[in-house]
Write a protein of this length. Structure first.
Length: 93
């Protein structure tokens, strides 16, 4: 279809990639998302998380990289406000 062709042409020869990159950076900097802060996980996952982080940071150390910061906290308690923030936008209606 002409629309698919124009989309691909814009992606390949136009400024679509630049616009996508700009929009991505804007979202990452200005909007609050689950990937911007620590993720809350159930306490049952903590031993697996610690093992994974230990293995990952050991690999990073061998490669001469800084260790990764903790990206998870563990809790059984969620407030209704936290659940609303974590829910999909469609469920907020």
């Amino acid at each position: 279809t002409p629309f698919a062709f124009l989309y691909q042409a814009d992606l390949a020869y136009g400024t679509k990639v630049e616009r996508l990159n700009h929009e991505t950076q804007l979202i990452l900097k200005s909007e609050k998302h689950w990937f911007n802060g620590p993720m809350t996980l159930p306490p049952t996952m903590e031993p697996h998380y610690r093992k994974m982080m230990m293995q990952n940071n050991e690999t990073r150390r061998v490669l001469g990289l800084e260790p990764e910061k903790d990206w998870a906290v563990f809790s059984d308690q969620h407030t209704s406000e936290e659940l609303l923030k974590l829910s999909a936008p469609m469920s907020r209606c």
